[in-house]
Design a protein around this ligand. Structure first.
Ligand code: NAP
Length: 343
């Protein structure tokens, strides 16, 4: 495999899975890091997960908010995965401060990729850029044709930053003189096995169930996807000629819900689920709590969302087939948390 790939953000939960799969397939892989201090941690993680051809992996320092090194990073690359993105574990204070690096970051990457004759960039966007708008639309299916309205009530700053960054990226590549190919992957909440103790922000949901802070569980439907399937769909979006100019929703088949997650944890991992409540929170109680409680307010917005999500496009165009059921994704996540003593 002579093709050369750059992955931005190799330290991340998703990034390191992409590195793993690319190296397993024999690609020459480079990854950007904000700090070289994390290089050994990545090497150790990949070694522990059976990667032997580490001579095919190289590193370069680059930050989304600085121009330095992006062109050098792409000098000899055929493909770029734009995975790194500012992600917030807490809501940032300033919307501008949060959104600017995401938009400027992808623009920097695309400019450098065009200049350095990269064939295709695959951007990790977000399902929030697709399907946050169709609340309670019974019978309506969300597809890649949909775009979230940036003024949609309840859109978090993170989601808005992803939406605006993806829009900026499409605007950039649609300019007449741009020859660069471009595709996006739009994952729903990503769970699944972590390769290190660095887990995804979405694992907070499981944590909140396990630590008993959710005493009653609101009826919130969810779409989730296994991180291994997310890495796989990126590689398919890189290789499939027809994927140029397309968005791909990455979601496991069907839906799950907070209630179902709680029940799976109780039934399948009882040793750590003593505090997990399976008591339902009536919708009226959620509405009342939302008047005074921020978490409940967010829950109320999610409660009304259309979760009827179609993943057919990636299956048909890329030959992608998610390997994990919702239950397997949830259990793989919680097993990782146990394995790395995070619970
Ligand atoms: P993560 O584990 O927090 O990784 C984020 C990565 O971005 C890290 O490598 C981080 O590097 C890097 N990064 C952050 N700010 C940066 C900056 N200013 N310059 C350069 N690198 C920067 O997140 P993740 O869960 O793997 O998410 C990966 C991608 O998937 C993101 O684009 C995210 O928006 C998207 N996504 C995630 C989910 C989910 O449920 N996790 C769902 C949909 C989409 P450091 O190690 O230096 O911090």
């Amino acid at each position: 495999m002579n093709q050369k790939v750059l992955v931005t953000g190799g330290t991340g939960f998703v990034g390191v899975h992409i590195l793993l799969q690319l190296l397993q397939k024999g690609y020459d892989v480079k990854t950007t890091l904000r700090s070289m201090k994390k290089k050994d941690m990545i090497i150790d993680t990949l070694k522990e997960n059976g990667v032997q051809n580490l001579e095919k992996l190289s590193f370069i320092e680059a930050d989304l908010s600085k121009d330095c090194n992006w062109e050098e990073a792409m000098e000899d690359r055929d493909y770029v995965f734009s995975v790194a993105s500012p992600v917030f574990f807490h809501e940032p204070e300033s919307e501008e401060e949060a959104i600017r690096p995401a938009i400027e970051g992808i623009t920097r990457i695309l400019k450098a990729a065009q200049k350095m004759n990269v064939t295709r960039v695959v951007m990790t966007s977000n399902f929030g850029a697709v399907g946050f708008s169709k609340k309670a639309a019974i019978g309506v299916v969300t597809t890649e044709e949909d775009w979230t309205d940036e003024n949609e009530a309840g859109l978090s700053i993170y989601e808005k930053s992803k939406l605006l960054a993806e829009r900026a990226a499409w605007d950039f590549v649609s300019q007449p003189d741009i020859t660069l190919e471009f595709a996006t992957v739009n994952p729903v909440a990503i769970f699944g096995p972590s390769l290190s103790e660095h887990i995804s922000g979405s694992f907070m949901l499981i944590n909140n169930l396990l630590n008993g802070s959710m005493k009653r569980i609101p009826e919130i439907p969810l779409n989730i996807v296994d991180v291994r399937d997310v890495a796989d769909i990126h590689i398919r979006a890189m290789l499939t000629p027809e994927a140029n100019g397309e968005r791909f929703i990455a979601s496991a088949d069907g839906q799950t819900s907070l209630q179902e997650m709680a029940e799976i944890l109780k039934a399948k991992r009882p040793q750590i689920s003593k505090n997990v409540s399976t008591k339902k929170m009536p919708n009226v109680a959620l509405r009342t709590a939302a008047l005074v409680n921020k978490q409940a307010k967010e829950g109320l917005l999610l409660h009304g969302m259309n979760r009827n999500v179609k993943n057919d496009k990636a299956k048909q165009m890329l030959g992608w087939q998610p390997i994990s059921t919702n239950e397997e994704v949830i259990l793989a996540s919680v097993d990782s948390m146990m394995n790395f003593k995070l619970i």
